[in-house]
Design a protein around this ligand. Structure first.
Ligand code: PSU
Ligand code: MN
Length: 304
């Protein structure tokens, strides 16, 4: 991958010196939130990571180059350009060949983070097994990279636009630990609560860092999910959001929205249906995840 990657100087130096670095995805910028909330979120998240003592590495494709560490101008372009591609692993070679610009999903971001040696990655929510997957076969590529890339992914769980129970089953099959940070249940993105158990609960960052360290020393490939519940003050009412999600999935089906367009469609439909509440919650949880990811990167840097 190296010939196609440009690593920004601060990230390169931090990696060389073994300093803590946190990778950030960019589909959340290009397809997850509207402008200017997306741009502000991306910049704020980087600031949070720096303030905790780690180096942020936002990852995206700009004119066919893989960028690890983005300038404000690049973030601004990604936030506003209407023809940005949503890039998962299968899209990478095409996007490079065509010199396109786009946001990397959890899947592509993990691949790139691993290639440059970044251990920790913060996002909002991971993709997973979609509801209705029996008919559509729609299972996010994210789960495959979680199975194979050695990167710890901090997220607020998986939102109930997905089939969370099946997502957890799939991760179990692929031997991906789902660590609940100070929680016994898989949080459901917009809500701190959830109906399904995580694989293991850990209450300290140091323990999480050590589990990941041990996993590597055992010679096991693959990532780890760290499920960090949305802060209580930002958590939405579960009955309300679940009802809206149910409604919007019906709409998506009626409009034949599928494949890679489905997640962005649902995110934007939820925002409208909740009059912006889901967007506010999304921003709060991403910031919260960035802070935990920074602490985790710092803890992991001490171990290696
Ligand atoms: N979940 C969110 N916001 C997002 C995504 C997921 O709350 O923007 C993005 C992530 O980049 C994730 C991708 O990797 O959607 C998954 O898309 P799909 O379901 O098409 O695999
Ligand atoms: Mn899909």
């Amino acid at each position: 991958m190296e010939p196609y990657i440009d690593v920004a100087a601060p990230v390169k130096n931090a990696l060389k010196e073994g300093k803590p670095v946190v990778a950030l995805e960019s589909t959340i910028i290009t397809h997850g939130m509207p402008f200017p909330a997306n741009k502000n979120m991306a910049l704020e998240v980087e600031t949070i990571i720096r303030e905790r003592g780690a180096i942020p590495a936002s990852i995206a494709l700009v004119n066919g180059r893989i960028k690890v560490g983005l300038t404000t101008a690049m973030i601004d372009e990604l936030a506003q350009t209407s023809n940005a591609v949503k890039i998962s692993k299968r899209d990478l070679s095409y996007v490079i060949q065509q010199s396109l610009t786009g946001g990397t999903t959890v899947s592509a971001t993990m691949l790139i983070a691993e290639a440059v040696g970044i251990d920790v990655f913060a996002t909002g929510g991971i993709g997973g097994v979609h509801r209705g997957h029996k008919d559509t076969l729609d299972i996010s590529r994210d789960l495959e990279e979680l199975a194979t890339c050695s990167v710890a992914v901090v997220c607020a769980g998986a939102k109930s636009i997905l089939d969370i129970e099946k997502t957890l089953e799939y991760l179990e099959t692929k031997a991906v630990e789902v660590i609940g940070y100070q929680t016994d249940v898989m949080p459901e993105f917009y809500t701190a609560s959830g109906d399904f158990s995580v694989s293991h609960r850990l209450d300290s960052v140091k323990e999480i860092a050590t589990v990941f360290h041990v996993k590597r020393r055992l010679g096991f490939n693959g990532g780890m999910v760290i499920a960090n519940p949305i802060p209580q003050e930002a958590s939405m009412d579960k009955t309300t959001i679940d009802r809206v999600i149910e409604q919007e999935i019906k709409q998506a089906n009626a409009h034949h929205i599928k494949g890679k367009a489905l997640t962005p469609y649902l995110l934007s439909a939820l925002e409208k249906a909740t009059k912006g509440q889901s967007l506010t919650a999304n921003i709060a949880l991403v910031k919260h995840n960035a802070a935990l990811a920074a602490d985790l990167a710092i803890s992991m840097a001490k171990l290696s």
